[in-house]
Design a protein around this ligand. Sequence first.
Ligand SMILES: NC(=O)c1ccc[n+]([C@@H]2O[C@H](COP(=O)([O-])OP(=O)(O)OC[C@H]3O[C@@H](n4cnc5c(N)ncnc54)[C@H](O)[C@@H]3O)[C@@H](O)[C@H]2O)c1
Length: 344
Amino acid sequence: MTGQTRRLRAGLIGLGAMGRNHARILSTLDGVDFAGSVDPAGDPRRSAYGAPVFAELDELLAAGVDYAVVACPTSLHESVGLRLAENGVCALIEKPLAGTVEAAARLVEAFESRGLVAGVGHIERFNPALQSLRERLEAGELGDIYQVVTRRQGPFPNRIADVGVVKDLATHDIDLTSWVTGSGYATVSARTVQKSGREHEDMVAVVASLDDGTMVSHLVNWLSPLKERFTAVTGALGCFVADTLTADLTFYSNGAASNEWEALRTFSGVTSGDMIRYAILRREPLLVEHERFRDAVDGKPSEIVTLRQGLRNVEVSAAILESAERGLTVTVGEPAVNAKGAAQ
Ligand SMILES: NC(=O)c1ccc[n+]([C@@H]2O[C@H](COP(=O)([O-])OP(=O)(O)OC[C@H]3O[C@@H](n4cnc5c(N)ncnc54)[C@H](O)[C@@H]3O)[C@@H](O)[C@H]2O)c1
């Protein structure tokens, strides 16, 4: 039960690897009628997940939708998103929000100026391991936070590579790091390599500082036969490790820092303490992302990833690429859109 007063009609643009997952969820989402997908490549059955497949966006718009999920290649997010905004359609746009900072900023303006609900598919925020990690950090279970380390490695996915690994994959790490810590990026320093003969970088190493002084490192690539999705947050009281492939969260406590405040005030070192693996209720992150977005379109209070947050992630990824190109540490600039509301 969603408590909705009316059913919503939703569409999908891009029926590829990720789009098919969105179609599966949209076709069964409570309170939503799946109006159809748009993909110029079509579908041999001319329908997918019980709804028609159109060749043109105009056909979906003519069918009438309250909102649409944008899961076509990243370089098309801007043109598709702008057309949805012009037609008064709310949008959940896959990450990264766009291929450039300028395109991402234009999308923010287009949806905000019309008062349309819009979000970005930074799905890691809906991973149960990271949700539990964030709650525990907010509750102070780690004390002072020193460092965030992420590794996101694996083979190249068999699909269009219109952006490199920094914008495609590292934006997950950028988003989750600022979300779990509640702090933005201050500076970045990065190296990239390009080994597979494609147009863009396929491996990156990043060292960054957050606004609150937390140090960060990200290792992200498409060149490893080992697939891992690893996030470790280390602080005065120990270390949390989240595996977002298995949705596991483990705490390694610092045996030298007992929970007594006296010990915390005179931090004297680290020893291995107890290790706890938390039992977490595992709901599918994509389903939770869709439920939150549907509720936001329905006018209910709901936490979604805003376009401004998506823009900020694109800005950090652009700073990473600039650092790698120039061999310098880059200060992450002021947000590109300075309209009303807090920029992220
Ligand atoms: N959130 C995540 O974890 C996640 C995972 C994978 C991909 N993505 C994002 O989803 C988007 C799509 O990635 P993918 O892996 O599904 O790519 P893909 O290449 O598998 O699919 C893209 C689809 O878009 C279609 N398309 C091309 N031009 C179109 C147009 N003008 N209108 C409508 N459809 C069009 C293609 O025919 C193809 O079917 C990218 O932005 C990617 O970054 C997000």
